[in-house]
Design a protein around this ligand. Structure first.
Ligand code: GLY
Length: 528
């Protein structure tokens, strides 16, 4: 397994030792992280799970949905302008949480253990506490500044300090109700009463919203690439489509990449050219498939992508407006989601990415329940052409409608070869998610790098807007001669505070190898 913290690794180890499979372990990890990784692990958010079980691919969408009372212009003022921060902080930013029903459905369908067994580690951490790491305290301190005076965040997380044994008794009681009653212990009864009571007079979510929420099994996006079958996230994520587009266009441009050193200025330019086209499609065509017909097959069609790849200018950046007309944007810097990868001895695999959106979500904590609530409503396009937290724009495809799911970039991915799992991968990072996964896959298979090096290597990002801007990350900044060479090609370089956190398992010749991103606090573990 490759997971975001050591407590979730201990939880999964316990589950494997009790005879559980990868799905049991994945569900136990999700609940454990809701306690020990409260900046992104959650029961108040949502996510996506890509599974490979008994030789077959599956995909579970447990993304949050817009409340029934949500409206298209709910974040606009009288003049039709976006009210800054309203979709990011506080009660009105919250979508109806999907994680508990997602975990319930996954475990009911494919798990081997009793439901109570997979909840037990999380209940233990909530009731008895866990020791807070320096990285978690830093995330808390940063988030607390954004929430100060706006939410009740400090009532619950004011005492979260490095080295302290942090207990969450209210959350433990909620987890016990979920353990006793299944998903009903969250979506109905006392927990639902507490969520609705917290919202009353502040936000939109009611007991009716909670009672009707259902996770959805969807067909994963699948594509052949380089001898592998890529199994990844369909809409309402843009991540899987984007990843396949990146992989295939790069393959189409093999002659342009020939002899180009990895992460050189020319390499960065060619990848940015591909990314420009991927993000143009994302802005135009991607949204919730239950509300908008997303042309997935056309977007990943070989002939279409060969045509798009042929538009790439190997010599200079293509004019942004010729790829898509739009306004330049800046990107506020925060991005919090988390990913883990699990395989078991039977050859099953789970790739799971779930999120509260920003670190600690909306900053709202359900009174007397300790549930951190998401700010996933920001992933909708509040106003066509205006950027969200990740600096990405959208169109009608991603406009707000009651019960609709906001467009995501999460891309929990599995690669198989000859019907066997060979790679399980994912990361947080908003719009950086699929460009990061793409770079690591590329490092492994096209540049033959050992797994830890492929994960640790420099990553960069371009997303059409802001115009000709390459984002670099603090872990491996782009500086010196490389920076000058990229700028000489006509790009601006911009730092971001966010790093990504890849958790990946590779199985080569039947032998598993795993890597947790050195940028995060993740661990890998093989349970004998
Ligand atoms: N909230 C980040 C994403 O879903 O892509």
């Amino acid at each position: 397994m490759a997971v975001p913290d050591r407590y979730s690794a201990d939880a999964a180890e316990q589950i494997f030792k009790e005879g559980g499979n990868a799905i049991d372990a994945a569900v136990a990890i999700a609940f454990a992280l809701a306690v020990t990784y409260p900046d992104a692990g959650n029961i108040g958010g949502g996510g996506f799970m890509t599974l490979y079980v008994d030789g077959k691919p599956y995909f579970l969408d447990y993304r949050e949905s817009a409340p029934l009372a949500a409206t298209r212009n709910m974040y606009l003022d009288d003049k039709g302008e976006v009210i800054k921060g309203m979709s990011l902080v506080g009660y009105r930013a919250v979508g109806v949480p999907g994680t508990v029903d997602g975990m319930w459905q996954a475990q009911r369908r494919f798990g081997k253990l009793k439901w109570k067994q997979v909840l037990a580690p999380a209940i233990h951490y909530a009731r008895d506490g866990f020791v807070v790491s320096a990285k978690l305290q830093k995330r808390r301190d940063d988030a607390a500044k954004d929430f100060a005076g706006k939410t009740n965040f400090d009532t619950y997380f004011g005492d979260l300090k490095e080295g302290v044994n942090f207990r969450q008794p209210d959350l433990a009681a909620v987890l016990e109700r979920i353990s006793d009653q299944g998903a009903k212990g969250f979506y109905t009864g006392k927990t639902a009463d507490l969520i609705a009571a917290s919202m009353r007079g502040h936000g939109l979510i009611t007991k009716a919203d909670l009672a009707q929420y259902k996770a959805v099994w969807r067909e994963p996006v699948q594509a052949q690439w380089n001898g592998y079958r890529v199994i990844t996230a369909p809409p309402p994520s843009s991540g899987g489509v984007g990843l396949v587009q990146l992989l295939k266009m790069k393959a189409d441009l093999a002659s342009d990449f020939k002899g180009v050193p990895l992460n050189s200025a020319q390499y960065v330019h060619l990848i940015a050219e591909i990314e420009k086209r991927v993000f143009a499609d994302r802005a135009q065509y991607l949204g919730d498939p239950d509300f908008y017909k997303v042309p997935v097959a056309q977007l990943i069609d070989d002939a279409y992508l060969a045509k798009r790849a042929a538009e790439v200018n190997p010599g200079a950046p293509s004019d942004t407006k010729s790829v898509l007309a739009g306004l330049g944007t800046s990107m506020p810097e925060k991005a919090e989601t988390t990913h883990y990868s699990v395989v078991d001895k039977w050859g099953n695999a789970v790739s799971n990415t779930y999120t509260l959106n920003g670190a600690f979500g909306s900053g709202v904590v359900v009174d007397r329940a300790g549930i951190v609530l998401n700010d996933e409503m920001d992933d909708f396009s509040s106003k066509p052409g205006t950027a969200n937290m990740f600096g990405v724009v959208g169109s009608d495809a991603n406009a707000i409608e009651p019960n609709k799911r906001p467009l995501s970039s999460m891309a929990p991915t599995i690669l198989t070869r000859d019907g066997k799992v060979v790679l399980v991968i994912g990361t947080p990072g908003g719009s950086r998610i699929f460009t990061s996964i793409f770079q690591v896959i590329n490092n492994i298979y096209d540049y033959d790098m050992p797994l830890p090096d492929a994960v640790a290597a420099m990553r960069f990002h371009h997303q059409l807007l802001p115009e000709n801007t390459i984002f670099w990350e603090p872990y491996k900044p782009i500086a010196g001669e490389l920076a000058q060479q990229i700028e000489a090609k006509g790009y601006k370089l911009e730092g971001q505070s966010f790093n990504g956190d890849i958790q990946v398992i590779r199985i080569d010749g039947g032998k598993p190898d795993a890597a947790a991103d050195p940028r995060g606090r993740g661990v890998t573990r093989v349970v004998q």
